[in-house]
Design a protein around this ligand. Sequence first.
Ligand SMILES: Cc1cc2nc3c(=O)[nH]c(=O)nc-3n(C[C@H](O)[C@H](O)[C@H](O)COP(=O)(O)OP(=O)(O)OC[C@H]3O[C@@H](n4cnc5c(N)ncnc54)[C@H](O)[C@@H]3O)c2cc1C
Length: 432
Amino acid sequence: MNRSLTIIGGGFSGIAAAVRAAEAGKEPLLLERRPFLGGRAYSFSHDNLPYTVDNGQHVLMRCCTHVIDLLEKIGADEVSFQAGFRIPFLSKEGTAHILSAPSWLPTQLGLFVAFARYSPAGLSAALGLRRVQRDLRRPPTGVSVADWLKSSGQTDRIQRSFWIPLCRSVMNASPEDAPADELLTVLSEAFGTPSGAAMGWATTGLTELCASKARAFIESRGGQVRSSAFVTEMTQETDQWSLDLRNADTVVSKRVILAVPPLRAADLLGHVLPDLANLLTRYTPSPILGINLWFDRPIMNTAFVGFLDGSVEWVFDRQALTGQPSEHGYHYALVTSASSKLLEHDDADLVDIALDELRSRKLVQPDEEPVRTLVIQERQATYLRPLGDPPIPNGTDLSGLFLAGDWTDTSLPPTIEGAVRSGNRAADLALV
Ligand SMILES: Cc1cc2nc3c(=O)[nH]c(=O)nc-3n(C[C@H](O)[C@H](O)[C@H](O)COP(=O)(O)OP(=O)(O)OC[C@H]3O[C@@H](n4cnc5c(N)ncnc54)[C@H](O)[C@@H]3O)c2cc1C
């Protein structure tokens, strides 16, 4: 089979690249190892429930403009955003704090006002933002969030109640491992556009949101999507690439966008770009823990809440987010990012830890138990580039080979927005 452009990997980066190429009339071929598109953002049937369960709650912000554009383009409209930025938190003892900024404020004042009104922060923390403003304009590179927090004079209190939860959730990394420039880029985009920090989410399962609509968009423009198509080897021939599939098929393509996670990319690139492959083997997986609990009553009255100083960091009310029915129990998705410390616990332990967190915050009674539980440890939710290693660009030294993925150089942390930007950029390079 001969193609002009083949994309390997059907996560958000590969989908974005294929949609862009299809739109440009290039009839791309998208090869995905699994039977469905979506990559690390997917949903699945569970326990005969009348709705699917996500592999992990995914959150967007209104400043994720590339994701929003992609979803609009393919007709995936089952996404909802807050009217403005408003995040409720609960302290360990159950005290409520609200981090919010009115959407009519000039954008540059948003974070300042949010801090000033947020009780764990207050005016002194808001004034401490003056030092942050400079770095928002020109983020320092090669510095960890932890070191940057020290040098920018953020107090312990505001670190614990804002910066550390923000870093862990947005970067899926502890402040010691996360690059400060990516976190600051997110903040400046979120608070640099009107309502940019407003949170958003899919109002359906992640696979229903995007997979079939992306496939239909690509195929209706002459492209092709092949699922269960595992690329085992890629070889450069004179002016084309030869891709071997596990089922013994071979695809020959003039240009290739490799849109797989970094460790998979390292496997495929080992003999064509050994130096790059070596760099990619230095990336380390970072897990996200999802604990799904169903109760026989609603346990909270907000769509989501952040837990300060907890082993659980967020609780999402799936009824409120998606409108899913509650006759099989009220479903709550509890999330802990960068959860490597919890990896050794078994599911029963993790449910107990989650219940303790809910009980100490008085959302659940001491003797109350869930009617159903499901623990999902996504061990390779994202990948951390070693601090100081250069980010990997979307172009390569080899003719016709391009890279996409949330781990490539997008200036953003590993997120859906980063993935989509990388796919768009790789497609733009490949289509020249
Ligand atoms: C639990 C969890 C929660 C998350 N929460 C958020 C969130 O709230 N907000 C957010 O923005 N992001 C979140 N993320 C991160 C987000 O899901 C990823 O950043 C994004 O999906 C990555 O997309 P990608 O295309 O770069 O990679 P992937 O999604 O990994 O796509 C790569 C694809 O390549 C395929 N593939 C691999 N090898 C081959 C091969 N040899 N041949 C063919 N195909 C191959 C894979 O099957 C996969 O489908 C979360 C991730 C997880 C796991």
